[in-house]
Every structure is written in C-alpha cells, then in structure tokens.
Design a protein around this ligand. Structure first.
Ligand code: HPA
Length: 273
C-alpha cells in the first residue's frame, strides 16, 4: 500500500478507537480564530498528539486538536490548529488532517485563515470570501504516487471553491449585515512575511490576500471530492501597503477583535451548506 495512504489509515484507526462520530462538515480554524470551537456543542475532543503518527503543530496561537460536535445541530469536526508547511513537515503531512476529516465522512469543508490584505480596497478586520487561489512556490500536495482510493491522478480545479457555497456565504453575510469582500487567496510558504516587492508581485498575479496555508488543503480536499468554501480574515494589510512593520501579535489582535462576527458568520454558513 502507498506509504501516505498507509499513514492516513493508521491515523484513522487511531482516531476511530477514540470516537465513532460521523461529521457532515469539516471546519479548519485559522490563526486567532481557534476559539470558535469552544462555542459548539462538544461531543468529543481528540488532541492531535494522541493520534498515532499525526503531525503536531508548533505555532503559538494554534491549539492542536479535533473537536467533534454539533454546530446548531449539524455534526461537525473542527480542526483547532492546523499544520503548516513552514513548520518543516512534508506536504503530505500538512494535508493529512484535511484528508482524515474527509475519510471520517465529512463531505463539506469550510476553510478559514488569517491573511494579509493585498487588494488596496481592503482594510484590516475585513472578511474575504475566497473565490479562487494561487499557490506560489508551494509544492502541490498531490505530488507522488496518486492515492487512487481518494481521487484521480489529474483532478480538475476549475471550481475549487463551490459557487453554490459562495452564494450561501454572500446571502448569510448580508443577513448579518456584514460587508463581505471576495477575492483570490495566494499561498506562499512563509514563515517570513512578504517583502513589499513580493506583495506587488502577488497583486500583479491577481491576488487579493496572502497567507501561508489553505490552498494546499483545498487541493487535497478537492482531489477527494469534498465541496469547499473558504473565508479569510484580513488581519493586517500586507507589507508595503500598511505603514508599519508586521508581526504575529497584530494578526492575533485583529482576529480577536472580529471573533464575534466571525463566529456568527461561520455558524450561519455551517447550518445552510
Ligand atoms: N502575510 C502572510 N500571511 C499572513 C499575513 C500576511 O501579511 N497576515 C496573516 N497571515
């Protein structure tokens, strides 16, 4: 059996020993947005460290656990803390948790992240619905022997972010009185923030927001047939657009400031998708 598929199955078995919960939707929480999981009706919490062979995250502000529970009655698995490529993991490990949630039964995936605003019309604290992505310098998570059990060798990527779900996000945001932005998310490896020249490059490429996650997870999820949507929290304007220096505490502070709005939006989306 393929090494990566073998590892996935081992993790799945280890997780299944702890819970038989069958999620319908999967939610990945980005930097500073992890508190969301505390508000759901929790059935079971599984620490990543307790899953055999599971890659464990190291960034402060990222808790490492799966929370299984109900979001307004909808069975969900929430990833509180993700694994980033810049931590030094192989790309197949970075997307392992996403695949695992799909293998547990989740057919729908809500991706969230903290991102730098590249579109000059954005401001810190905005939400951006992801309409598409570009991965720059990030290895494709499907490189290597294809996992035929999960999907095809050359999966179509013409609609990674479901138009159906985008419609729901827009209408729910409107009902909540949120002026949601939309645009293209660009993933770079990080962990350094971008230079102003890189930010100009991203804008030239057609990017609206930049971050260090998400696109790879979306590719892996699309490969296995999940329906995907994504929301970025613009925690800061990207380097060269904003006046000062960037730092992680600014990202955290903005995420905290908009956490309540974010929770309301995610809950409204989760029950409708
Ligand atoms: N760049 C990359 N990743 C980020 C940023 C940024 O400006 N803000 C939050 N995550």
């Amino acid at each position: 059996m393929n090494r990566i598929y073998n590892k996935l199955n081992k993790c799945l078995m280890s997780l299944r020993e702890k819970t038989n919960f069958k999620p319908e939707i999967a939610l990945i929480l980005g930097s500073g947005l992890g508190d969301y999981a505390d508000g759901i009706c929790v059935e079971k919490v599984v620490e990543y460290a307790d899953i055999e062979d599971f890659p464990v995250s190291t960034v402060s502000g990222h808790k490492g656990r799966f929370v299984f529970g109900f979001i307004d009655g909808v069975p969900a698995v929430v990833m509180q803390g993700r694994v980033h490529f810049y931590e030094g993991y192989e790309m197949s490990d970075v997307v392992l948790p996403t695949r695992l949630m799909g293998m547990m039964g989740a057919k729908k995936l809500i991706l969230t992240n903290a991102a730098g605003g590249v579109n000059p019309n954005f401001k810190s604290g905005d939400f951006m619905m992801i309409t598409d992505h570009i991965a720059v310098g990030v290895p494709n998570p499907l490189i290597g022997g294809n996992l035929d059990e999960l999907g095809v060798r050359f999966p179509d990527m013409s609609e990674v972010y479901s138009r159906r779900m985008q419609g729901i996000i827009k209408s729910e945001a409107q009902k909540l009185g949120l002026d949601i932005r939309e645009g293209v998310y660009v993933q770079l490896t990080g962990p350094s923030y971008e230079t102003p020249a890189e930010v100009r490059m991203i804008r030239t490429l057609g990017g609206d927001a930049v971050g260090m996650s998400t696109a790879c997870e979306a590719i892996a999820a699309k490969h296995m047939g999940m329906e995907i949507c994504g929301i970025s929290c613009i925690t800061n304007m990207a380097a060269g657009i904003s006046a000062g220096e960037l730092n992680h505490s600014e990202v955290q502070e903005t995420a905290d400031r908009v956490a309540e709005q974010f929770k309301r939006l995610i809950t409204a989306i989760a029950v409708r998708i």
